[in-house]
Design a protein around this ligand. Structure first.
Ligand code: PEP
Ligand code: MN
Length: 350
C-alpha cells in the first residue's frame, strides 16, 4: 500500500504516517518525489485497511498496489529509478552505459588489456567473472579471489567501474568489497537466500533474467532485493531457452519495453548470452538500444579464440568499438545518448 502525501505536506505529517504504519506492525518508507512524498507500507502479505490514513493531516490518497511484486512496480514509484554504479555511470536516465569485457578474468595481462580496450572503444564499465557458474564442473571455474584482485587492478589502470558476479553467500561478501555492481547470474535468479544476502550488502546489483523465468518471476526476484532495502537494482534480459538450437538462447527484445512499463527499475540487455553467436551480437545490441534498453552488457575479449569461456560469443575489440559507434547513432535517433566517461573514445561519429 502507498500513502500519497499532499504537495505541501510537512515533515511532521509524513513522520506521523510512518508512526501509524509502525503502530500497525509494518514498516513505513518515505519516498520523496519531484512533486510530493509517498510513504510505502512494507511487511504486509495481504491487503491492509487504508482508511486510517485517509483522515490524517497531509494525506492526499491511499493506493493499493495490485501487482504481486510491490516495490519494483510502477504503481509504487512512477519515476524511473536511477542506478549509479560510479560517478557519471548511471542507468535509467537518458544516458545509456555500455558494460563490456571478457566472460572470465583469466590473467593480469588479459583483464588489464581488455579494460583498456573497453575504455578505448567507448565502454563505460568493465565486466568479467571471477566466480564462474559453469554448466560443467570440469570447465574453468574462474580465478576466484585472485580474479577480484585483478579486476581492482584493471579499475585502477583505467578508471572503469567493475561489474562482476557473485555465486554464493561467501563470494557475495568478497565481491561486495571490490565490485561497483554485483551481478546475479541467470542460474541464480531464483536463489532467494542469495538475493536476500546481496540485498543487504548496500551495493548496486545487476540481476539477470533466468533462462526459464517469466517477466513476473524476474520482477519478484528483484522484489527480494528491494525488500532488503536495496533500490539500486538493474534488470537484464539475457535470452531464454527455446526449442530452436539455432541460437544459444532466444533473445527476448519485447522484455525490454514490457519490464519498463511494469517497473521503475532500469532494464539492460545482454546480446552476447542472448544469442551466443558473435556475428549476432552487434545487430541485436543495436536492436536492444532501439527497443529502449537502459544499457548493454557485452562480452569482448582481447583474443576471443583463446578465451577460457564464451570465446565464440565474444566480440573482438574493434567490433566493440563499432557497436558503440552504431549504438550512438541509434541512441541519438531516439533522444538518448551513450554514456561517455572521461578518457574514453570521443563522441564524434567515425
Ligand atoms: C555471464 O554474464 O558471464 C553469465 C554467466 O551470464 P548468465 O548468468 O546470463 O548466463
Ligand atoms: Mn559468459
Amino acid at each position: 500500500m502507498l500513502v500519497v502525501m499532499m504537495n505541501d505536506a510537512t515533515d511532521a505529517q509524513i513522520a506521523r504516517v510512518v508512526d501509524v504504519i509502525k503502530e500497525m506492525g509494518y514498516e513505513g518508507r518515505p519516498m520523496p518525489g519531484a512533486q510530493r512524498t509517498t510513504v510505502g507500507l512494507v511487511g504486509n502479505d495481504g491487503r491492509v485497511d487504508g482508511s486510517r490514513f485517509e483522515s490524517l493531516d497531509g494525506v492526499a490518497e491511499v493506493i493499493h498496489v495490485s501487482r504481486p511484486y510491490k516495490q519494483v512496480s510502477r504503481e509504487w514509484r512512477q519515476e524511473n529509478t536511477l542506478v549509479t554504479i560510479a560517478p557519471g555511470v548511471v542507468f535509467g536516465g537518458s544516458e545509456i552505459p555500455i558494460i563490456a569485457g571478457p566472460c572470465s578474468v583469466e590473467s593480469e595481462h588479459q583483464i588489464v588489456l581488455a579494460a583498456q580496450q573497453v575504455r578505448d572503444a567507448g565502454g563505460s564499465a568493465l565486466r568479467g567473472g571471477a566466480f564462474k557458474p559453469r554448466s560443467s564442473p570440469y570447465s574453468f571455474q574462474g580465478l576466484g579471489k585472485k580474479g577480484l584482485e585483478l579486476l581492482a587492478l584493471a579499475r585502477r589502470e583505467t578508471g572503469l567501474p567493475i561489474v562482476t558476479e557473485a555465486l554464493d553467500d561467501e563470494g557475495a561478501h568478497l565481491v561486495a568489497e571490490v565490485a561497483d555492481c554485483i551481478q546475479v547470474g541467470a542460474r541464480n535468479m531464483q536463489n532467494y537466500s542469495l538475493l536476500r544476502t546481496i540485498g543487504r550488502l548496500g551495493k548496486p546489483v545487476l540481476l539477470k533474467r533466468g533462462m526459464a523465468a517469466t517477466i513476473v518471476d524476474l520482477l519478484l526476484s528483484a522484489e527480494y532485493l528491494l525488500a532488503e532495502g536495496n533500490t539500486q537494482v538493474i534488470l537484464c534480459e539475457r535470452g531464454i531457452r527455446s526449442f530452436d538450437p539455432s541460437t544459444r538462447n532466444l533473445f527476448d527484445l519485447t522484455a525490454i519495453p514490457l519490464v519498463q512499463k511494469l517497473s521503475h527499475l532500469p532494464m539492460v540487455a545482454d546480446p552476447s548470452h542472448g544469442t551466443g553467436l558473435r556475428d549476432k551480437v552487434i545487430p541485436m545490441g543495436r536492436a536492444a538500444i532501439a527497443a529502449g534498453a537502459d544499457g548493454l552488457l557485452v562480452e569482448m575479449h582481447p583474443s576471443p579464440d583463446n578465451a577460457l569461456s564464451d570465446g565464440g560469443q565474444s566480440l573482438y575489440p574493434d567490433q566493440l568499438a563499432r557497436l558503440v559507434r552504431e549504438a550512438r547513432a541509434i541512441a541519438d535517433a531516439i533522444g538518448r545518448s551513450i554514456t561517455s566517461v572521461p578518457g574514453t573514445a570521443p563522441v564524434a561519429q567515425g
